[in-house]
Design a protein around this ligand. Structure first.
Ligand code: AHR
Length: 328
């Protein structure tokens, strides 16, 4: 079982007892109960701006805090763990009321999270998990079930190729060591692994970026010219793959099928245009729920330890229908 699996509610209670602070209705440690929202300060460390998903996530979180009248200090880590650690340390120094962050990779957070705990500042994980064995280091984890997303992609592939004898797959992985890269690979492999006609002939990271997806696909098309399908861990890498496939004189969505994760507008447009074949949704709209968690902490309540985002999947026909109302 993964270490970072859902923690016990009791761990949250223990955290509160240890910190004697925020979720006891004393986020600022003043002993005077909940603070007015306009006095609350939250420090948020974002992964970067690597994808359309990330940009939508940043916009949504900043908008939700503005609407709630809560100050949000924001830092962009440019996909570097050391920048996130620096940002978290700076938030500890500034004695913010709550720290929230989306960890660029899963490992290596215990030291800085222990510093936040020692300072009595509750930490909320958004979007991505950490693999810490000690789940008292964070109060709540809000985000998608990435293993499930990988499974949904795999299920579509199994159905799509029900009559095929042999399916050669290239996997474009997300950032090495990131929870969505690890989990989406795992969920997908679990499903397609049941039938040995499916072969992942190459699997490389495109770092969740369009440029990365294009570059990796260009190289892989040379060594594996006869692939049937690309499974990209996000839309942006799939969009990069489309450019590489077209540059090679092939038709994306036909000569090589593409399944991706996210369902941002550009991905949905490519799906509606027939260049992507299937998208598993990963919702970036976490702002409102994050505000809710922060408010609960401020009120002395214990937020749920694990909050899983609701999401769906899209076929090409469904993308045509959904596109006009797509927010991001
Ligand atoms: O953690 C969520 C993932 O990170 C999204 O799927 C991807 O687009 C982003 O960069």
């Amino acid at each position: 079982m993964k270490k970072r699996s859902i923690g016990l509610a009791a761990a949250g209670v223990l955290l509160l007892a240890l910190t004697g602070c925020a979720a006891g209705g004393d986020a600022g440690g003043t002993g005077e109960g909940p603070k007015p929202l306009d006095e609350l300060v939250v420090g948020f460390s974002q992964v970067g701006a690597e994808s359309g998903w990330r940009t939508a996530n940043t916009t949504d979180i900043q908008g939700a805090f503005e609407d709630a009248g809560i100050e949000l200090k924001f830092s962009d880590a440019q996909q570097k763990q050391e920048n996130q650690i620096k940002a978290i340390r700076s938030y500890i120094q500034q004695q913010v009321d709550v720290i929230a962050f989306s960890p660029v990779v899963e490992s290596g957070w215990d030291a800085v999270l222990n510093e936040a705990k020692a300072a009595g500042i509750p930490v909320v994980l958004t979007d991505r998990a950490v693999d810490s064995a000690d789940d008292s280091l964070y109060v709540s984890f809000l985000g998608s079930d990435f293993v499930e997303e990988g499974k949904k992609a795999g299920e579509w592939v199994v159905e799509e190729y029900a009559d095929a004898d042999d399916v050669k797959i290239v996997q474009l992985e997300g950032t090495t060591g990131a929870a969505p890269a690890i989990d989406r690979a795992e969920g997908f492999a679990d499903v397609i692994g049941a039938d040995d006609k499916f072969e992942i002939v190459a699997s490389q990271t495109g770092d969740f970026t369009r440029a990365g997806g294009k570059q990796v696909t260009e190289a892989l098309l040379k060594s594996n010219p006869d692939i049937d399908l690309i499974y990209a861990h996000n839309d942006d890498m799939g969009l990069g793959a489309i450019e590489a496939i077209e540059a090679a004189g092939l038709t994306p969505g036909e000569d090589i099928k593409i399944v991706t994760v996210d369902a941002v507008k550009d991905g949905m447009q490519a799906l509606a245009d027939g260049k992507i074949n299937f998208i598993v949704e990963c919702s970036p709209l976490l702002g409102e729920q994050l505000v809710e968690i922060v408010t609960q902490i401020n009120d002395g309540e214990t937020p749920e330890k694990r909050i899983v985002t609701e999401e769906t999947t899209f076929t090409q026909e469904q993308a045509v229908e959904a596109l006009p109302d797509r927010q991001y």
